[in-house]
Write a protein that binds this ligand. Structure first.
Ligand code: KIV
Ligand code: ZN
Length: 508
């Protein structure tokens, strides 16, 4: 059985999804989870794209062990140099450089001919090789490229030293039979193809990214580029959980395996949802809320008799356990630290203390604490952005026959400020008061609330997305009181916006 490498690009292509931008701490948290998940390569960003991207790649290179850390770079010297500077401290590092090869791109976007594109690609692979042996090259828009020319480029970049050649379906145009045939043709026509791994990078514009990637595996591809929850540019990228579970479930057909620790899939999916604010549709394969829910009486009857009648994947395989850990307000910090460790979180003292403060507060209001509650607290503690605004206190009054009213007290630059407002509902009143106190001009794009566990004392989780100057920012808050969770999510997004503004000002 051969091993297909999983190249995760959640932090690069995934972050290109509208509204999915992550700050450096969040990216680090995702990278640590990707390492626990067992991905082979983390594409940590596009170093030259922004100082934030550069810093995130650098920190991931320094702090995350296990996977190869990779930065994207256009086929330009400055990009490649910057990619190298960002990844050079990693134990295992890769530069991924790319150039378009389709006539559409060459004629209309680059205004160069095929020879020039070939020359630039080869030269920049050689340049990248001067920094590290592990170089990947992508002929962008490969699926709309003349296949003869594509083979010529692939052969030339392998000759120049590329150890991985990635065939991207950049605009999600291909269909499985055709894409599989393209991989087969490359294997047959490119003389030195045995010196490189063939990777595939499929977009989901026609909903075929997973199918196309699997067709490529059947035809010899050795690396799949994908993202958690399939997030990514436009309709997204090939979804990691789908492609991995297809290979695992149908190992008989693929005669292949991956290095993914599938029990970490659900946790990874939840983390991405929380950080990006992009929810997964309930009927999404593998990680959707309904993926393991059986409604039909006939199915339930079969399942009760024998699980395999209607279940092709055991929920435990992707880490969907029945919650078993139950702690209360008297549980000590040692026990909680131990449980966090079992869940895969080893927190530095400051972050652990922050999580404990949250724990004590919630445990006072809630009888039992579950794994999911702990994970929500950890996420808050780890991703805490430097706070310009902090929520000090709030009071709400609402009822069927009175106008909802909210008093909000925020600490802003060391001073407490307070405002009372009315609104169409309690959340509206709270948001109006916060907007007044912070002076924000941002627009609320999304407000979503859900419960983390069952029961009326469950932690409520609120995700918001704001739009400010054409850019979006997500925020997240959790509390047993959903109005408090709503306030926290809004304040969290405003703090992230403020941090972004501060960074941009520092750059000018
Ligand atoms: O979709 C694409 O072609 C890309 C390349 C940079 C690999 O993301
Ligand atoms: Zn892409």
């Amino acid at each position: 059985m051969r091993t297909v490498k999983i190249f995760d690009t959640t932090l690069r292509d995934g972050e290109q999804s509208p509204g999915a931008s992550m700050n450096v701490d969040e990216k680090l948290q995702v990278a640590k989870q990707l390492a626990r998940l067992g991905v082979d390569i983390i594409e940590a960003g596009f170093a030259i794209a922004s100082p934030g991207d550069f810093e995130a790649i650098k920190r991931i290179s320094n702090e995350v062990e296990g996977p190869v850390i990779c930065s994207l770079a256009r086929a330009k010297e400055a990009d490649i140099k910057s990619a190298w500077e960002a990844i050079k401290d990693a134990s295992k590092k890769r530069i991924h450089t790319f150039h378009s090869t389709s006539d559409i791109h060459l004629k209309h976007q680059f205004r160069i001919d095929r020879n020039e594109a070939l020359k630039r690609s080869v030269n920049m692979v050689r340049y990248a090789k001067s920094f590290t042996d592990d170089v990947e090259f992508s002929p962008m828009d490969a699926t709309r490229t003349d296949v003869g020319y594509l083979c010529e480029v692939v052969e030339a970049v392998i000759e120049a030293g590329a150890l991985t050649v990635n065939i991207p379906d950049t605009v999600g145009y291909s269909i499985p039979e055709e894409f599989g045939a393209m991989i087969k043709e490359i294997r047959q026509r490119v003389k030195n193809i045995h010196k490189a791994v063939i990777a595939v990078h499929c977009h989901n514009d026609l909903g075929l990214a997973t199918s196309n990637s699997l067709a490529a595996v059947l035809n010899g591809a050795g690396q799949i580029e994908c993202t958690i929850n399939g997030i990514g540019e436009r309709a997204g990228n090939c979804s990691m959980e789908e492609v991995v579970m297809a290979i695992k479930t149908r190992g008989d057909l693929f005669n292949a395996r991956t290095n993914i620790n599938t029990e970490e899939i659900m946790k990874s999916s939840r983390l991405i949802t929380k950080i990006t604010g992009m929810s997964v549709q309930p009927n999404k394969a593998i990680v959707g809320a309904n993926a393991f829910a059986h409604e039909s009486g006939i199915h339930q009857d079969g399942l009760l008799k024998e699980k395999t009648t209607y279940e092709i994947i055991r929920p435990e395989t992707i880490g969907l356990h029945k919650t078993k850990f139950v702690f209360g307000k008297h549980s000590g910090s040692n026990a909680i630290r131990t449980r966090l460790k079992e869940l895969g979180y080893v927190l530095p003292d400051d972050q652990f203390m922050r999580a404990m403060v949250g724990y004590k507060r919630i445990a006072d209001q809630k009888k039992d604490m579950f794994d999911e509650d702990l994970e929500a607290l950890v996420s808050e503690a780890v991703t805490k952005v430097s706070e310009v605004f902090s929520l000090v206190d709030m009071k709400i009054s609402a009822g069927m026959h009175e106008k909802p009213k909210a008093m909000i007290k925020l600490k802003i630059k060391g001073k407490d400020k307070q405002k009372t407002t009315t609104g169409d509902g309690p959340v509206d009143a709270v948001y109006k008061a916060i907007a007044f106190l912070t002076g924000t001009k941002s627009r609320l794009l999304k407000y979503e609330v859900k419960s983390i566990t069952g029961g009326t004392d469950a932690l409520g989780e609120v995700m918001v997305a704001l739009e400010d100057n054409g850019k979006s920012m997500s925020g997240h808050g959790a509390d047993t009181d959903i109005i408090v969770a709503s306030a926290k999510a809004y304040v969290n997004a405003l703090n992230k916006l403020a941090a972004r503004k501060k960074k941009n000002t520092a750059r000018l």
